[in-house]
Each structure stands twice: as C-alpha cells, then as structure tokens.
Write a protein that binds this ligand. Structure first.
Ligand code: AP5
Ligand code: MG
Length: 218
C-alpha cells in the first residue's frame, strides 16, 4: 500500500504526472480540483459550494475539502493506495490527512515536489485545455491534441477552465505561496520530500519522478 502526495504550484504539472504515476503504480488518483469540477458539471450541492471559491482562485473551505477526500479514500479503489494531487494544500489539510491515514495504520510515504519557475507556470496555465469528460490536461503549443478540440485519451470535448483568467491565475499563485508552499518544509522535515525539476517535456519530468521514487523503498 503506497500513498504519495504531489506538491507544486498551479501549472507545475501535478495533474499530468499524478495521473500517469497512478496508472503505472495501479493506485487511485485523487485530485481535489478535478473532484470539485466534476461536482460542478453535475450541478451537485458540493459543486455549487465550491464554485465561487474556485472562480476567485482561493481555497475551498477546509472542512468541505477534507470531508470530500476522506470519503474518497474510503472508496474500494483507494484500498491499494493513492496518489494525491492538489491535496493537501495547507497545514490543516496535511494534518487531517495524516491523522485519517494513521487511524487505519497507514501513512504518507513520499511527497513529490515538482518545481517550476513562475514564468513557465504562467505560460502553461494560459495555454492549457482540459477534457470536460476525463479531466486530462493538454497544452495548445507543447502537447496539442491530435484532433482539434478533442481529448487524445477519451475523445471528450476540450475546454478552457473557467478560472483561467489572468486575475484568477495570479490569485492562485499568491495563495499557493502563502498557504501551500509551507508544506514543502513540512514533508521535508518528515523525511518524505522528493524534489524534482519540473521543466523539460512531460516525459522527461515523468522519468525524473520514476527515478526519484524508484530510488526509495516504498
Ligand atoms: P486544482 O485543480 O488543484 O489546480 P492547481 O493546483 O491550481 O493546479 P493546476 O491543476 O492548475 O496545475 P497542475 O499542477 O495540475 O498542472 P497540469 O498538469 O494541469 O485547483 C483548482 C481550484 O480548486 C483551487 O484554486 C481551489 O479553489 C480548489 N481546490 C482544489 N484543491 C483544493 C484543496 N485541497 N483545498 C481547497 N481548495 C482546493 O499542467 C498545466 C499545463 O502545463 C497543462 O496544459 C499541461 O499540458 C502542461 N504541462 C504539464 N507538464 C508539462 C511539461 N513538463 N512541459 C510542458 N508543459 C507541461
Ligand atoms: Mg491539476
């Protein structure tokens, strides 16, 4: 059983790399941003609660987020372990996750921090398109879809996230440095941090992550 957290700024490539690591290691991929967006597409109460926070680029309140994740980790497909993407995002969430896993005799094994410069982050976030169906991201100049407007993985319709405006992107980067970046030290102090350079192509970064995790006894 393996539990891995992916850390990094908005646009660092957490979603891209976490999805592929989860497939490789046969773990559940738990992405809080994707779960909120799916809830919003379905028009559920959870989606409506999350909507205004996401549009502003600020964090959805901790209790809503933590409850959603705790429910998700008790689903049958999470029994063999999970890759967390976009969660935890502050110390309160990190502690809640640690405590919930500890109650089941489990723990986070590693936190993979994908490090990318701010200039590159802005470039990636403005060119990103996301599949409305499976949430897979692609990039209009770096990894354009084979068929225009369609997802390479499932054929679903590609769209730009509603929160992709310049103001919202700037706000998300600010919230990241104030609230989420302290988690880098939190996991470093716990001896769990693996820092990986996030620039270079998707495959190059993926290989670095595999090498970093491969050097660990999980
Ligand atoms: P969330 O969906 O988690 O967004 P984020 O953390 O802001 O990060 P992104 O998904 O934007 O970036 P990413 O690192 O996944 O990069 P990606 O792989 O897409 O959160 C959205 C909102 O939901 C939050 O603002 C908040 O309101 C709410 N929320 C979510 N979780 C929460 C929580 N725990 N607590 C409270 N609120 C929460 O890649 C980006 C682009 O770059 C893509 O186009 C991709 O194709 C491209 N790319 C990726 N890797 C490379 C590479 N190596 N080279 C070139 N291009 C690349
Ligand atoms: Mg993401």
């Amino acid at each position: 059983m393996v539990y891995i957290v992916f850390l990094g700024a908005p646009g660092a490539g957490k979603g891209t790399q976490a999805a592929s690591m989860a497939r490789k290691l046969k773990l559940a991929h738990i992405a809080t941003g994707d779960l909120f967006r799916q809830a919003l597409e379905r028009g559920t109460e959870l989606g409506l609660k999350a909507k205004s926070y996401m549009e502003k680029g600020v964090l959805v309140p901790d209790q809503i987020t933590i409850d959603m994740v705790l429910e998700r980790i008790s689903a049958p497909d999470s029994g063999g372990g999970a890759v967390f993407d976009g969660f935890p995002r502050n110390l309160k969430q990190a502690e809640a996750l640690g405590e919930a896993l500890a109650r089941q005799g489990k723990a986070i094994d590693k936190a993979v921090y994908i490090k990318v410069s701010e200039e590159e982050l802005l470039e990636r976030l403005s060119g990103r398109r996301v599949c409305r169906q499976c949430q897979a991201p692609c990039h209009m100049s770096d990894s354009p879809p084979r068929v225009e407007g369609r997802c390479d993985r499932c054929g679903g319709e590609l769209s730009q996230r509603p929160a992709a405006t310049e103001v919202s992107i700037k706000k998300r980067l600010e919230v990241y440095s104030d609230e989420t970046a302290p988690l880098i030290d939190y996991y470093r102090r716990a001896g769990k941090l693996l820092e990986v350079a996030g620039e270079g192509g998707v495959e190059v970064v993926g290989n670095r992550i595999v090498a970093a995790l491969g050097g660990e006894r999980l």
